[in-house]
Design a protein around this ligand. Structure first.
Ligand SMILES: Cc1cc2nc3c(=O)[nH]c(=O)nc-3n(C[C@H](O)[C@H](O)[C@H](O)COP(=O)(O)OP(=O)(O)OC[C@H]3O[C@@H](n4cnc5c(N)ncnc54)[C@H](O)[C@@H]3O)c2cc1C
Length: 448
């Protein structure tokens, strides 16, 4: 797997190497495309990928430090999105050498952006029940079906596609994983407007869309294994990328978004001196977790808002603020604990599922706390992000978070599915009765 630490250099040595590399290579007058080409081909854009596959073979912790070092240096961060975080680790794990060398460079250099064509109107939690058809026709595959919830499809050059390629096999054994070109007549993408005011999702209709066989990742009908790699990286949240760029302006990767010819320096964060950047990264590593964690409260936004609105003395508000701080702190400690165990080659069964459940509780608590603080003002939202409504930017942040709170408990596996996984995989409880996983897909009962 790509997350195995194969690097000969870790920790401070790696940060020193990166700082030297940035001194030599960062130039704000490069275009975004030119800068990402340098960063990606040097292995700094997707450092968790193996060294022979355009990465550095580093751990997740080191990948995060690489991301924040680039940010503190004042350079534009690596391309973000599914190309780096989900598609690349899947292709590296299940693809051939030829596919790795053809498909990974455009992904890690931000030239190509991916979307995820997995969910369908009748297959979300039960993803293996998908029915979008893939039929082989010589060296090509013909795809027919419908996908939904396709985040960022409007900016995607290509998609990670799951299609049913053998309806007579049991449902998990007749699926194949493809890379499909989104810019073709057989792909019809329609945006779906959400209550947040954004249209991040799309529905995608595939009518005789074509995928060349060379873009099939893994064996025919063995796509479930590849899909699980993609989902693992989706759930772990960071995949193979180098981590966030803090306050840097987000630059959407890929040809469709049309950012590659813009000046890289226009999107870069404010630089710090390079020596200060390297020293800060090292200090961060040496600081004990507790000190780093206690310093700033996870509930900071809400504490500040409560003070601003004169509500920080209300017992009911104080209780919820304390709860938000406690849950946020537990979440951080859980992540630290898991990281420490993984660094020694171990694992804690079910912790990824617990962490996601905890995050879902946190976003719901924050939503309710925000509404409690804003009162009647919470019923209004500044859809353009403008501050024409009372309450200023903090109120806008609170109503945005409240509207977005419904997303996390659903994507990457709903709360109920996380609990099923904990029950079956971590606690060893029996599966649901009536398991039909061995029955041919074509004979499964269907809604009519
Ligand atoms: C913000 C966001 C972004 C997304 N982006 C993408 C994307 O880019 N690409 C993509 O392919 N998909 C994407 N999805 C889709 C997402 O993966 C699905 O919404 C999710 O898997 C749930 O599927 P569903 O919506 O079909 O709900 P369903 O599976 O129909 O579930 C409906 C309800 O029934 C419950 N339920 C279902 N089965 C069980 C069970 N066995 N036991 C107990 N309860 C059960 C669920 O928990 C849920 O409450 C996104 C979703 C969101 C919210």
């Amino acid at each position: 797997m790509t997350s195995i630490d194969t690097s000969s250099r870790t920790g401070d040595a790696l940060i020193d190497e990166l700082t030297d590399w940035l001194e030599e290579n960062w130039d704000p007058d490069l275009t975004v495309g030119e800068w990402w080409e340098r960063l990606g081909m040097a292995g700094w854009a997707a450092p968790m990928l193996p060294e022979d596959s355009y990465g550095k073979g580093v751990t997740r912790g080191d990948a995060l430090r690489i991301g924040s070092t680039i940010h503190r240096f004042g350079a534009l961060g690596a391309p973000t999105g599914m190309a780096v975080s989900m598609a690349s680790p899947t292709i590296v794990t299940h693809g051939t050498r030829e596919q790795i060398d053809r498909l990974i460079p455009p992904a890690v250099t931000g030239k190509v952006s991916y979307c995820q064509l997995f969910s369908e109107p009748g297959a979300g939690s039960d993803l293996a029940g998908l029915s979008c058809k893939g039929e082989q026709d010589g060296e090509e595959w013909r795809i027919n079906g419908q996908k939904v919830w396709t985040s960022g499809g409007q900016y995607a050059d290509v998609g990670m596609l799951l299609a049913r390629t053998d309806p007579h096999a049991p449902k998990h054994r007749g699926i194949t994983w493809f890379v499909i070109d989104m810019d073709q007549p057989g792909v019809d993408l329609r945006p779906l407007r959400e209550m947040t005011g954004n249209a991040m999702f799309n529905e995608v209709f595939l009518t005789d869309a074509i995928v060349p066989d060379e873009n099939r990742i893994g064996a025919v009908n063995d796509g479930w294994a590849a899909a699980n790699t993609t989902l693992l990286h989706e759930r772990s949240g960071m995949g193979a990328r180098s981590g966030g760029g803090g306050e840097a302006r987000m630059v959407i990767a890929g040809g469709v978004a049309n950012n590659l010819d813009k000046r890289a320096g226009d999107f870069a964060p404010t630089p710090r001196s390079t020596a200060a950047a390297a020293a800060a990264e090292k200090d961060k590593k040496q600081a004990p977790t507790s000190a780093a964690t206690v310093g700033s409260s996870p509930a900071k936004l809400y504490i500040e808002l409560a003070r601003e609105l004169g509500k920080s003395g209300e017992p009911a508000v104080r209780q919820r603020l304390a709860q938000a701080h406690i849950l946020g702190t537990i979440s951080r400690f859980t992540t630290e604990r898991h990281k420490a165990v993984r660094a020694t080659g171990g694992d804690i069964p079910g912790v990824a599922n617990f962490s996601k459940l905890l995050m879902a509780d946190i976003v719901r608590l924050n939503r309710d706390l925000g509404m409690q603080l804003l009162g009647a003002r919470g019923m209004l939202h500044s859809y353009g992000g403008s501050d024409e409504l009372p309450g200023g930017p903090r109120a806008v942040a609170v109503t945005s978070q409240a509207l977005n709170a419904q997303a996390l408990p659903i994507y990457g596996g709903t709360d109920q599915i996380q609990r099923n996984l904990v029950g079956e995989r971590a606690l060893g409880l029996p599966k649901e009765p009536g398991d039909m996983s061995k029955m041919p897909f074509s004979e499964l009962p269907k809604n009519t």
